[in-house]
Design a protein around this ligand. Structure first.
Ligand SMILES: Cc1ncc(COP(=O)(O)O)c(C=O)c1O
Length: 417
């Protein structure tokens, strides 16, 4: 079911969001567990990978990880902290991937001694260190080589990771050196390659180029696995995406047909549209001709608009037109132009600019959609604001996933000297 409007009222998995807000207050993050399940099922149906490894970086809330684990997914983690989350939920490390860029000795010790399934190697310089740790711990480690194929993902430059001007992966020289190093080691097992060219990939062409690249490489070097990363785009507004999961699956089938085992690491596709941020307007102000709705949380809770120029659909929970629609397809409801902003002392503190809404009164809640991925996980205490509580609807029941921080907790690690 997910999030949808029924006769102009917002629902989450069959529960009216106004009723949820009456119980919880705002600001909160709210998640639809049905949406999580539907998106995982899409990936199983259209891509059917050998390993589905949810990218923990997109949302590491324990209840969400646990649910995704129960749906049969494993995980892609990028730091010791994320690895600890897997241990907390009892996930099987042997089917998970570690793909962090800067791997500290402490982190390598922990993931290798706890039998991580695959380590993605970003540079030949890392291999020597991993070899040493594996040999000290008498372990054999499956390694994937992360390749930078110099392919443009056609997305925002801050989430582009497959071009040579970005810091990720190795070029052909690094790849050959790494292969040589593996041959000389008794602890490293070359299992395959890893390519993640970016997030919210813009169109089918970048996916096709990656597939062609991998097919060409496989004619020169034999490997069992190809980890194709994440990057599957989701709607944030009514603009067409230019690619759907089915067409990506058809591209990836070419790799399967030539005998490769596929790993994928989607994050945004699973959680992005499964979460919303609900905030209330605390001040309705006008400067010149401009109307501002000042909300009770801001960029400390959702930094995507200023950080990535991201557009998020923002709507009232109760629309004047009695539409039945999914929220990110709803355009131009209302005839007052607003900037929806936060309370933080920065001009970058906004959720949406120049959007049309019905009149919004002080105290009214607003929903900011597609905030499930890279939303709460990127939140901070900037300007002295506490992190928000997170709730979810599971089997039509409202459950609390995390507690809100208290203002006093913000200084808990600060030493007064
Ligand atoms: C290595 C790697 N894999 C997977 C992902 C998940 O990407 P997405 O959320 O676009 O699916 C990321 C995100 O940046 C990543 O860096």
């Amino acid at each position: 079911m997910g999030f949808y409007f029924e006769k102009g009222r917002l629902f989450c998995d069959g529960v009216k969001v106004e009723e949820i807000v009456a119980k919880t207050g705002t600001p909160i993050f709210l998640y639809s567990f049905d949406e999580l399940k539907a998106r995982v099922n899409d990936l199983k149906q259209y891509i059917d990978p050998t390993i589905l490894a949810y990218a923990v970086k997109s949302n590491g809330t324990l209840a969400i990880l646990n649910y995704i684990k129960e749906l049969g997914s494993t995980f892609d983690v990028g730091s010791l902290g994320e690895f600890k989350l897997l241990q907390r939920i009892g996930a099987d490390p042997m089917r998970s991937v570690f793909s962090g860029l800067g791997k500290t000795p402490e982190c390598l010790d922990a993931i290798i001694s706890n039998n991580i399934g695959f380590i993605s190697i970003d540079d030949p310089g890392e291999l020597r260190k991993i070899d040493q740790v594996a040999s000290k711990l008498s372990k054999k480690i499956k390694v994937l080589f992360r390749i930078n194929p110099d392919i443009d993902a056609k997305t925002h430059k801050y989430i582009t990771t497959g071009l040579y001007q970005t810091k990720f992966g190795m070029d052909e020289t690094g790849f050959s050196r790494s292969l040589q190093m593996v041959k000389e080691s008794s602890c490293l097992q070359f299992s395959g390659i890893h390519i993640h060219i970016g997030s919210q990939v813009g169109g089918i062409e970048p996916f096709s180029k990656v597939v062609d690249y991998v097919l060409k490489l496989s004619r020169e070097v034999k490997f069992e696995y190809v980890d194709l990363g994440g990057g599957f785009p989701i709607p944030y507004d009514s603009k067409p995406l230019g690619v759907d999961i089915k067409s990506i699956g058809e591209e990836y089938r070419k790799l399967k047909n030539s005998g490769m085992k596929i790993i994928i690491e989607p994050g945004r596709y699973i959680v992005g549209n499964a979460g919303i941020l609900i905030t209330s307007v605390i001040l309705n102000k006008k400067i010149g001709k401009k109307n501002f709705l000042v909300c009770n949380t801001g960029m400390n809770s959702l930094i995507r608009p200023p950080l990535y120029d991201a557009k998020h659909t923002v709507l009232k929970l109760n629309l004047s037109s009695a539409i039945d629609q999914i929220p990110w397809n709803v355009d131009n409801i209302g005839n007052i132009k607003y900037d929806v902003v936060g309370p933080i002392c920065e001009n970058t503190d906004f959720f949406a600019r120049d959007i049309n809404l019905d009149e919004v009164k002080e105290g009214e809640p607003l929903a900011i959609f597609s905030a499930g991925g890279y939303g709460c996980v990127l939140s901070s205490n900037y300007n002295g604001y506490p992190k928000l509580a997170q709730y979810g609807v599971m089997n039509s029941r409202l459950i609390q996933l995390t507690k809100a921080e208290d203002c006093n907790e913000i200084v808990r690690n600060d030493l007064l000297i």
